[in-house]
Design a protein around this ligand. Structure first.
Ligand code: DGL
Length: 287
């Protein structure tokens, strides 16, 4: 019996590095990645609309793939819709939210910056995280909508110089500030991690949520993870990370919407070693 997949949801390609982080630790599992192209950019929509469209799309993914666990690999969707999803979706959910707590814990003092979509930067969830976990440090919120679009549309074809120029342009106001750490509060920015590292001065920590999310996924699945070769129904093979060793797991990439985006998403699928499956067909009316 094939175990149920882990479903990763984002509005685009931003969640792919999160899938990779989990897959590196659990290569024997099955993965489905759903890029909700119909609803990008979530960060420019009202909270009410984000809540509604994320619920619709995640419910569609739930019906279609029957996952054992869902990672909402999008900060904007998580900070706005996670509570609603938890009330309606009957499988464990892991959200991705800005890593304010790990950032504050890792620093002795000094200012933090959170770079995110406009919706995450202006909403109450990030403010609550700051009040609760920033330990009184100043936190600068930096909304950078254009960089989200750059990561989504230009990342696969842009050269290093173009990527660096895009990050430099968007971070210009932040480069004047004396911050000790920058939190990547939008999953799309993890695609540009190398460029952020180059543009930011040495000594400024760059922090995202991959480790925390991966640990959370592994702890939620702990009782199902078995050594390779087990035939237990519903179990997930731990797999192996050794080069060349066969793994029972594989990963597929689907789009919700995304007509005309095949070429770009095939490129993303290649970079992250997923099988490109294309747009989800709509369920028949009345089904
Ligand atoms: N990847 C999403 C996030 O982490 C943002 C993309 C969007 O605006 O749809 O916030």
């Amino acid at each position: 019996m094939v175990s149920k997949p882990l479903l990763f949801y984002d509005s685009g390609a931003g969640g792919l590095p999160y899938l990779k982080a989990v897959r590196d630790r659990l290569p024997g599992a099955r993965y489905v990645y759903l890029a909700d192209r119909k609803n990008f950019p979530l960060g420019e929509k009202s909270a009410e609309v984000v809540r509604q469209v994320v619920l619709e799309s995640v419910s569609l993914g739930m019906q279609r793939f029957d996952p054992c666990l869902i990672v909402i690999a999008c900060n904007t969707a998580s900070v706005i819709a996670l509570q609603t999803l938890r009330e309606r979706i009957p499988v464990p959910l892991v959200g991705v939210v800005p890593a304010v707590k790990p950032a504050a814990l890792s620093l002795k003092g000094g200012k933090l910056a959170v770079v995110s979509t406009r919706q995450t930067a202006t909403g109450p969830y990030l403010e609550r995280l700051i009040q609760e976990f920033a330990d009184g440090r100043e936190v600068i919120k930096v909304p950078v909508a254009d960089l989200v679009s750059f990561a989504e549309y230009d990342y696969p074809t842009a050269g290093t110089e173009q990527r660096l120029a895009a990050v430099r342009r968007e971070l210009a106001p932040l480069l004047e500030e004396e911050v000790r750490a920058v939190v990547l509060g939008c999953t799309h920015f993890v695609l540009l991690e190398k460029e952020f590292r180059t543009v930011l001065a040495d000594g400024i920590a760059l922090i995202d949520s991959r480790e925390g999310v991966t640990n959370r996924v592994l702890s939620l699945l702990a009782d199902r993870i078995v050594e390779s070769g087990s035939t237990d129904a519903g179990s997930i093979e731990a797999g192996s990370t050794e080069a060349g060793s066969p793994s029972p797991g594989y990963a597929e990439l689907y789009l919700n919407g995304g007509i005309g985006e095949e070429k770009r998403y095939r490129a993303f699928a290649d970079v992250f070693d997923l099988q490109y499956r294309g747009p989800l067909e709509e369920p028949p009316r009345g089904a």
